[in-house]
Ligand binder design. Structure first.
Ligand SMILES: Cc1cc2nc3c(=O)[nH]c(=O)nc-3n(C[C@H](O)[C@H](O)[C@H](O)COP(=O)(O)O)c2cc1C
Length: 375
């Protein structure tokens, strides 16, 4: 690694250490909050001390994509971006056998996205998540998959704003961290501005939700797959801008089809935040410029190769816990877009990272295909 690269990496590791300390501090404060003699009046202090995440830029919740390994990697690339978990259902948390809320402190700030529509269950899950140090709870009211609809949550909740409000209210009662909602601009033929406006008004007034992320296209609840529902209904950014104009006291973030930081800057002239999904995952190098371009940080972005090298200790530690190398490196495949050797980098990982016994050496070898080539 060059000297500049080494310096950047050292800076990045230093800021991670500082963050870890602050997360430790937050956890200590949380412990106080959850102890039986917690005084509700201390909430205000706690709230102002904890680092409420900025919504200016976030990476979207994406099932099977934004798992904890992905988020750890993204966090190395950007300190400021708010990262969302994949959607986790209340059923999985309350009755499942897996560790659905596990994450590394270094990922902070992380928002947990919950899927569910039972206020009591959501409140319980939100409380557990806060105790673990999550920075925000987000309710999924935008996913149109059949499975989710069968569970009566996701996008079909747009038809039941009172229920969403009750869910939000129950979670807010249980936690001090922000409770937010991610939704669409409409469902099926309920796609007028008045329908969206009523949904937001009910959820904000009755439920107390102050922050919404709006995927700027409606969802068809039948006839389209979730993938088609991310592509076929047309984007209508103006509708999201109008929500912010007419309800300026609310935090409104826009999502859907954003492919560059320049586009994100354009949206930020109309709304409070931009959530990027597929582009951030498929081209994670874009995240390295977010802190400087959107948050005004002066620090030089971490070079992609340095980000890969910074993953080595994490990977080594995960391998000892039984994680497969490929489960981590699959999130890194899009990193070197446009760089000579990128294809070999991807191929080497795709062909070798899933083999039994694959370790960090495979990643080192893959990196050699792109190292020194403008990385
Ligand atoms: C693989 C994949 C999984 C997704 N899973 C979720 C999810 O768990 N929860 C959710 O609210 N949205 C989910 N989404 C939708 C994204 O959060 C986002 O709203 C959508 O991709 C549009 O943003 P984009 O155009 O920037 O990708 C998913 C999208 C993809 C591609």
């Amino acid at each position: 690694m060059s000297r500049v690269g080494e310096r950047r990496l050292a800076l990045r590791l230093y800021s991670l250490a500082v963050l870890q300390l602050s997360a430790f501090y937050d956890a200590a404060v949380l412990k106080i909050k959850h102890s039986s003699d917690f005084d509700k009046t201390k909430r205000v202090n706690f709230t102002s001390m904890s680092q409420f995440p900025s919504h200016r830029f976030s990476v979207a919740p994406m099932l099977d994509w934004t798992d904890r390994h992905c988020r750890y990697f993204h966090r190395l690339l950007t300190r400021q971006t708010l990262l969302y978990t994949e959607m986790v259902t209340t059923g999985a948390i309350l009755f499942g056998k897996g560790d659905y809320l596990g994450y590394s402190r270094e990922e902070q700030p992380v928002a947990l996205q919950l899927g569910g529509s039972d206020p009591a269950a959501l409140a319980e899950c939100a409380a557990r998540a806060e105790a673990l140090g999550y920075s925000e709870i987000n309710l999924n009211a935008g996913c149109p998959s059949d499975r989710v609809q069968n569970g009566r949550f996701g996008a079909c909740l747009m038809a039941e704003p009172e229920l969403v409000a009750d869910c939000v209210a129950a979670m807010k009662e249980a936690v001090t961290i922000p409770v937010t909602v991610k939704t669409r601009i409409g469902i099926d033929d309920s796609d007028s501005y008045a329908f969206l406006q009523r949904f937001i008004e009910v959820v904000s007034q009755r439920g107390g939700c102050q922050s919404f992320t709006l995927h700027a296209r409606k969802a068809w609840l039948s006839g389209l797959s979730p993938k088609e529902n991310r592509e076929i209904p047309p984007l209508d950014y103006d509708r999201v801008y109008r929500v912010k104009q007419e309800l300026p006291h609310l935090t409104i973030c826009i999502n859907g089809g954003v492919k560059s930081l320049e586009e994100a800057k354009g949206h930020l002239e109309h709304v409070d935040g931009v959530m990027m999904g597929r582009e951030a995952y498929q081209n994670p190098g874009i995240l390295a410029c977010v802190d400087r371009e959107l948050f005004g940080d002066c620090a030089e972005p971490l070079a992609p190769a340095a980000a890969v090298e910074a993953m080595y200790p994490y990977i080594e530690s995960e391998l000892t816990k039984g994680t497969y190398l490929g489960h981590i490196t699959r999130h890194m495949l899009g990193l070197f877009q446009g760089v000579p050797g990128a294809r070999q980098f991807r191929r080497h990982l795709s062909e070798n990272a899933h083999k039994a016994g694959a370790d960090v050496e495979i990643l080192r070898q893959a990196l050699a295909f792109v190292s020194g080539k403008d990385t």
